[in-house]
Design a binder for this molecule. Structure first.
Ligand SMILES: Nc1ncnc2c1ncn2[C@@H]1O[C@H](COP(=O)(O)OP(=O)(O)O)[C@@H](O)[C@H]1O
Ligand SMILES: [Mg+2]
Length: 249
């Protein structure tokens, strides 16, 4: 018998999380299929980032289940979930502004050995991986540029590259194009499509529906802590409940 390969990389079931009486996530269930882009959308405050924090292990769920491949990860600490293959980009930028792109990536790859004062030297293997990834994201020319000299959108792109650089099976992106200019937004869309073509599985939080409709294979819509719709972009676009949630913002 062949090895069983599950279609879904991640499954979350009836997840709950409240903060001193506020039900931020109030019974959320969905699946993330391998090799696909799944988008989690919804008005501000609807619970999207909290779902990410529960998936990546920054927050502990009050109840519910999270399965990653064949592992029940609900009670695992953050570093074990990372080890199993979750790589995440945050809503708030987490780059070191005074370091170059290369050093930011090296620091992500090898935080334990990185020395902020002497600037560690990359091993040949690390240097090659960083080089390959910068080539993929068309950033090779900027390798030695300090992050503070880059535009907001370029910084977001580097954070996507960094999430991709780390060993992973799933990439979690929290609002990769929020506040990004239209030109770079198109670039980021192009790179995310490229990653999908390379077989990557991504779960993307986004507030902007139009960005998601051009990109996602499946869309999950949250409002006030619950999923109000799940489906293909073309179904979600015309969903009355979804329109209402966004209009009511
Ligand atoms: N650490 C926290 N402590 C208290 N309340 C929180 C915390 N994180 C999120 N919330 C609340 O939970 C709700 C959902 O927030 P969030 O998940 O950030 O929404 P979204 O990412 O969809 O904008 C909001 O009402 C927010 O104020
Ligand atoms: Mg958020």
């Amino acid at each position: 018998m062949g090895r069983l390969i599950l279609n879904n990389l991640l499954e979350i079931k009836d997840l709950h999380k409240s903060f001193s009486g506020v039900n931020a996530v109030d019974g959320v269930t969905f699946e993330v299929e391998r090799g696909k882009i799944t988008a989690l959308i919804g008005p501000n405050g609807s619970g999207k980032t909290t779902v990410f924090n529960l998936i990546s292990g920054i927050l502990e769920a009050d109840s519910g289940e999270i399965n990653f491949e064949t592992n029940a990860i609900t009670d695992l600490p953050i570093h074990e979930r990372a080890r199993l293959g979750m790589s995440r980009m945050f809503q708030q930028s987490r780059l070191f502004l005074n370091l170059t792109i290369k050093d930011n990536l090296l620091l992500a790859l090898d935080g334990r050995n990185f020395n902020l004062f002497t600037r560690s030297k990359a091993t040949a293997e690390q240097a090659r991986r960083i080089q390959d990834i910068l080539e993929l994201f068309e950033l090779t020319k900027k390798i030695n540029v300090q992050v503070k000299a880059l535009s907001f959108g370029q910084r977001r792109l580097i954070e996507i590259a960094r999430a991709y650089l780390l060993p992973h099976k799933l990439i979690l992106l929290d609002e990769p194009v929020a506040g990004v200019t239209p030109h770079l937004r198109d670039d980021i869309t192009k790179f995310l499509i490229m990653l999908r073509e390379r077989g990557e599985t991504m779960l993307i939080i986004e507030h902007d529906m139009n960005f998601v409709f051009n990109l996602a294979d499946k869309v999950i819509v949250m409002d006030a802590g619950v999923c109000i719709a799940t489906g293909k972009p073309e179904d979600i676009r015309n969903d009355a409940k979804v329109k209402e949630a966004y209009l009511g913002e």
